[in-house]
Design a protein around this ligand. Structure first.
Ligand SMILES: C[S@@+](CC[C@H](N)C(=O)[O-])C[C@H]1O[C@@H](n2cnc3c(N)ncnc32)[C@H](O)[C@@H]1O
Length: 183
């Protein structure tokens, strides 16, 4: 075995281990949204908006890149914890020359979400509970939330659609208004 082959195997193992580790840590793998789901999520809100669009867990960049490409004058932000998908998404951003896209390697539960006009997410049940608690505790401005697959607890969606795909994916839209009790 050559040194190059050994390096390739070690690198593959490190990447695989890091993805498994961050999946166990965050509660969800960096599974990407399908083209159909991305399009449906983008169509759920009126764009462009005056404040940035934020993807909570931007993974490999599938959704944020689709949004940033479609709306080049719209600021788009992604937060992602898993370092390898994040590096790939940053490489894709530079390769595509998307100056309107900012990708942070950061836990979105520690970010200021009040700067966003739309929060996109494709998380998991416990992640939606954590997001709901954060919104209730911190968000004092009107915001749209578009979630793929998992609903926000104790909150009534303003719109729900079911995609005609193998998972029958649900997309939920919420209009978060802090002064109004939506529970
Ligand atoms: C199912 S993937 C969705 C990826 C992308 N949004 C898309 O639609 O293609 C969910 C991502 O959320 C990330 N994630 C989960 N919890 C997070 C947190 N608290 N902060 C940042 N990223 C998180 C995971 O690492 C994973 O990459």
């Amino acid at each position: 075995m050559t040194l190059l082959e050994i390096l390739a195997i070690v690198l593959t193992l490190v990447v695989a281990f890091s993805i498994v580790y961050s999946t166990l840590k965050t509660g969800i793998s960096p599974m990407m949204s399908s083209n159909k789901a991305c399009q449906a999520m983008i169509d759920m809100v009126q764009l462009p908006q005056d404040k940035p669009l934020i993807d909570l867990g931007s993974g490999w960049g599938t959704l944020v890149i689709a949004v940033a490409k479609k709306y080049p004058h719209q600021q788009v932000i992604g937060y992602e914890l898993s370092w390898f998908p994040w590096i790939v998404s940053v490489a894709r951003k530079y390769f595509l020359g998307l100056d309107n896209l900012t990708l942070y390697r950061k836990d979105f539960t520690k970010a200021d979400l009040s700067s966003g006009s739309v929060l996109f997410c494709y998380l998991f049940p416990q992640g939606m509970v954590a997001l709901h608690e954060k919104l209730e505790a911190e968000l004092s401005c009107e915001t749209y939330i578009v979630s793929s697959t998992f609903a926000l607890p104790k909150t009534k969606p303003t719109k729900t659609i079911k995609l005609n795909d193998i998972y029958q994916t649900h997309i939920y839209k919420y209009h978060w208004q802090p002064t109004q009790d939506l529970n």
